[in-house]
Design a protein around this ligand. Structure first.
Ligand SMILES: Nc1ncnc2c1ncn2[C@@H]1O[C@H](COP(=O)(O)OP(=O)(O)OP(=O)(O)O)[C@@H](O)[C@H]1O
Length: 177
């Protein structure tokens, strides 16, 4: 089976000479669940940030679904990330935070609202839809961040302007056609 994610000989050195990631190579197949374990500061987050496009490697390649995305910005990659500190928008409500990626990707407002409601139901926060992040517990914030990460991954296979596919079954078939 073809790998859906390939990290090929990736290295990242930060200013000051900190080598956060040193020649890492791995592949993840479709449906596979991968956990990266290691001591604090060993480069786990930096590795994931490079997959998401929030950091760029000094050497090596990141390949997603057969396409080299090493130099692409986050919004052009068919991948999503849930941040350690959740990174919710403080001025947006729970519902707006979850739906943000859908509207950016061009989904119609009514359809986005339906998706958000379904996600709110799944994370059992329907009654908190209009609250701001500051009015939530840590666990509730975590669930909102998770819903936001999953909702866009499921409904928008990629974010290129040309791609108009938006159904779950297309996620693994889209080739930025
Ligand atoms: N923006 C940055 N500038 C300079 N050094 C950085 C930067 N980000 C991370 N580092 C350093 O790179 C190394 C790897 O950091 P990273 O956050 O990837 O580790 P981690 O394995 O996720 O750690 P933890 O388990 O503590 O979250 C650390 O030594 C860290 O201090």
């Amino acid at each position: 089976m073809a790998a859906i994610l390939e990290i090929q000989n990736v290295t990242k050195t930060f200013r000051g000479g900190v080598r956060a990631v040193d020649d890492v190579t791995l592949a993840v197949e479709e449906g596979e669940f991968l956990t990266i374990l290691g001591p604090s500061g060993c480069g786990k987050t930096t590795t994931l940030r490079m997959v998401g496009g929030f950091e760029f490697p000094d050497a090596g390649r990141i390949v997603l679904d057969g396409r080299d995305v090493t130099d692409l910005p986050p919004y052009r990659r068919p991948v999503n990330m849930m941040f350690q500190d959740f990174a919710l928008f403080p001025h947006l409500t729970v519902a707006q935070n979850i739906g943000y990626g859908l509207t950016i990707a061009g989904m119609k407002r009514r359809e986005a609202a339906r998706e958000v409601e379904e996600a709110l139901h799944t994370i059992e926060l329907l009654d908190k839809a209009d609250r701001r992040p500051a009015e939530l517990s840590i666990g509730q914030k975590q669930r909102v961040a998770l819903a936001r990460a999953l909702i866009r991954r499921r409904r928008s296979c990629c974010s290129t302007s040309r791609c108009r596919r938006s159904t779950p079954s297309s996620v693994n078939r889209c080739r930025w056609s």
